[in-house]
Design a protein around this ligand. Sequence first.
Ligand SMILES: Nc1ncnc2c1ncn2[C@@H]1O[C@H](COP(=O)(O)OP(=O)(O)O)[C@@H](O)[C@H]1O
Ligand SMILES: [Mg+2]
Length: 156
Amino acid sequence: MQIIVKNIAKDYGKRLNAVHAIKDISLEVNKGEFLGIMGPSGAGKSTLLNMISTNERPDHGQVIIDDIDMTQLHDRELAKYRRNKMGFIYQSFELLDSLNVKENIILPLALNHANKKFIESRVKHLNYLLNIEKLSNRNVDDLSLGQRQLVSAARA
Ligand SMILES: Nc1ncnc2c1ncn2[C@@H]1O[C@H](COP(=O)(O)OP(=O)(O)O)[C@@H](O)[C@H]1O
Ligand SMILES: [Mg+2]
């Protein structure tokens, strides 16, 4: 996946209350590269990530992923793109407590109507990679923070 961010800007609020969360950011991330974004609280890191992940739209500029200008896509197309191509690990994990560990992990595949055989093989592989097989039927509320992190990574 290649990500190109071109001159994006995002404001929140209006007039006197306006916050220029992002002013003019451009960057490029190529396949296989890892990028960390650092800055003090309120610097605009989450805003930037929300734009790159297409969860929010910039006021100006473009986010181009694998040659597709994401700012031109409709919400439904974006949702489909995120589901198929992106994985998210949130700071507070955002696991669903009404589902067990296995159900949380397969949620993105289930939403995508993946077939059962494929889902089972993915779960098996992820359980092996992350060594979380034993957690499969557990309630996510009862997991340690480290275990939640692993489950969140598996879902991503
Ligand atoms: N939904 C929002 N409504 C209004 N202001 C926001 C919103 N989200 C973020 N901001 C403001 O934008 C600025 C950047 O926030 P954020 O991107 O969350 O920073 P960081 O993740 O680096 O701590 C902050 O001043 C924050 O208060
Ligand atoms: Mg943040």
